[in-house]
Design a protein around this ligand. Sequence first.
Ligand code: CO8
Length: 278
Amino acid sequence: MFFNLHTSKFKITENKMAYENIIFQVEEGIATITFNRPKALNALNSTLLGEFSDALGEISKNEDIRVLILTGAGEKSFVAGADITELAIFNSLQAKQFSKHGQLIIGKLQELSIPVIGAVNGFALGGGSEIALACDFIYASENAKFGLPEINLGIIPGFGGTQRLPRLIGKNMAKEMIFTGKMVSGAEAREIGIVNKVCPPESLMEEVLRTAKEIASKGKVSLRAAKEAVNNGMNTDLLTGCNIECDAFALCMSSEDAKEGTTAFLEKRKPVFKGKSE
Ligand code: CO8
């Protein structure tokens, strides 16, 4: 399956949108963005960030896309961070703008209503880790390395790492990673709760796709509500979070998907979800 994308900027090649620094594909409702600068270990330069942002915009407009997967080109790296050749010459103002720009794009990723899976196939450093941390969950290859090595460059994480990492693994574990700049392996990342699953490199995408397909078969309305309830609830106290859940639950119940899901159960058949909210 492919969808139409009519912009003056980018060429349509069946289900592949032609960008220079990312590969954007959509197949059977599952979109994959592959960061594609393997010679620079997929480091994030301004062009790549612009393309990534554009692709996220297209995904948010496309009702047929059910799940997004992020991964890196080549066998060595997911994303080795912001491109240091660009970053090295920033003054303070440019650094602030760049940090804000990156945070907005990563915010756009986190705000997508569909589930996002990070398929981390090697280095996820600095900005690369920060992108992975904004995914709904991560599967990693055995050779994955996570880290926030900015301290070694005399700077600190600037794309949300000082905020998302402590929320995910706790303040003290995050501080140790940020203060030392040390990398953790896929297995260690699994132990401390950054990663859900560690796979041999050759089966990483197969495992991610299996989970993506399973999620894509669920109701779009309830997936959206579940994601919103978890994300919004995590930013507040338990009582407010439970109220957010109540509202999301009530909204789900009025959807066609909820009628289909409950009816299918009672009729002892598989549900066919249409993703309609009413
Ligand atoms: N930027 C630019 N180029 C890079 C980067 C990068 N982040 N990472 C790797 N490369 C390039 C290398 O320069 C090299 O290029 P060349 O072949 O032309 O010399 C090529 O990729 C291959 O890299 P290596 O030869 O170094 O490969 P190794 O296997 O020996 O080492 C490492 C791999 C350990 C990943 C090593 O390349 C490395 O340490 N890279 C830098 C990692 C890093 O520090 N990342 C954090 C960057 S800062 C950041 O992300 C902050 C985000 C927020 C910014 C907001 C503030 C403004």
